[in-house]
Design a protein around this ligand. Structure first.
Ligand code: TYD
Length: 217
């Protein structure tokens, strides 16, 4: 469900916030700035990421992004993301939320919908089943989606990686277009509240919109 940035406000109390978007959209930078601002307001913040966030999850991340062998089956890829996510929810996200922390997560289950579903073409119901099994009902209070033209994002990645892109970053433009559309579909149809931000805006404007939506302006 896409929320109206002008009126949507969480309570300002601890929340689980996922940051999503295509590769190179600027979500990691935004997440770091939001975390710094929340800490400046004396909030306890856990910053984490997917795939990863736990020792086992970081190993799975290597298998997903740096596997030197033959291209993985798409089902294998989906299940590895789901396995890392289950570990992450059980060992990091749920305990942190129970302990009263904010949790800011660089990518979460909507990345599987966009990348494995819309990008790789796996049936969306199957992606949804893998996600539900992994998270067991732990869902973000807000998804911050940075929407950006993939051409702009790919230019940013080329500058950042100096040609050393990972398994997803090196996909064709058309793949990234499908991911972008997938995220926008999630924003419209998913029950989770989505704050959709224009990734071509200045970083400070994105930070201000996000903090406003979190109820921490
Ligand atoms: P990362 O280097 O963290 O990319 P980014 O900075 O763009 O987030 O690599 C994570 C990659 O894994 C990214 O290309 C998106 C992909 N991914 C999926 O395909 N499915 C998923 O469920 C998740 C969490 C990530």
């Amino acid at each position: 469900m896409r929320v109206d940035p002008a009126s949507f406000r969480l309570s300002g109390g601890p929340a689980f916030v996922a940051f999503e978007g295509i590769n190179g959209c600027g979500k990691s930078t935004l997440m770091r700035s939001v975390a710094a601002r929340l800490r400046a307001l004396s909030r306890h913040v856990v910053e984490t990421r997917e795939p990863g966030g736990t020792p086992l999850g970081e190993e799975i991340r290597k298998l997903l992004l740096e596997w030197p062998g033959e291209k993985k089956s798409e089902r294998t890829e989906l299940l590895l993301f789901a396995a890392a996510r289950a570990e992450h929810v059980d060992k990091v996200i749920r305990p942190a939320l129970h302990g009263g922390s904010w949790v800011l997560c660089d990518r979460f289950l909507h990345s599987s919908v966009a990348f494995q579903g819309y990008g790789r073409g796996i049936n969306l119901d199957l992606v949804e089943q893998a996600n539900s099994f992994a998270v067991q009902g732990t869902l973000p209070d807000l998804v911050v989606l940075i929407d950006l033209d993939p051409r702009t994002a790919l230019r940013r990645i080329a500058t950042r990686t100096n040609g050393d892109a990972d398994a997803f970053e090196s996909e064709e433009l058309e793949f990234h277009e499908r991911i972008r559309q997938g995220f926008l579909e999630c924003a419209n149809s998913s029950p989770a509240p989505f704050l959709v931000l224009d990734g071509s805006l200045e970083p400070a404007a994105l930070v201000a919109s996000t903090l406003g939506a979190l109820g921490c302006p």
